[in-house]
Ligand binder design. Structure first.
Ligand SMILES: [Zn+2]
Ligand SMILES: [Zn+2]
Length: 82
């Protein structure tokens, strides 16, 4: 069985295959294919290469903690992997 392939809600890019990060389970608001966007929280221009300070660095968290975060808040910023 193939895992669900999710589409970024920011740019519409659809992943070709699971990448082993939380966007396998939840659509990302922004991904590495998104053009720079304006952060809704702080108003700064963000991009996958230059994220604003609002972004929680998911790569420093345990997977179980990430899943708990998403379970508590269905719409959450996902830090794309470079
Ligand atoms: Zn995107
Ligand atoms: Zn921000």
């Amino acid at each position: 069985m193939n895992a669900p392939i999710l589409t970024c809600t920011g740019c519409g890019h659809t992943k070709d295959a699971p990448t082993g990060d939380p966007t396998d389970l939840f659509p990302s608001e922004h991904c590495g294919d998104c053009p720079p966007w304006t952060c809704a929280d702080c108003g700064q221009i963000c991009s996958a290469q230059a994220l604003c300070g609002c972004w929680i660095r998911l790569d420093t968290m345990a997977a179980a903690d990430i899943k708990a975060l998403f379970a508590a808040d269905g719409g959450f910023h996902i830090t794309p992997k470079a």
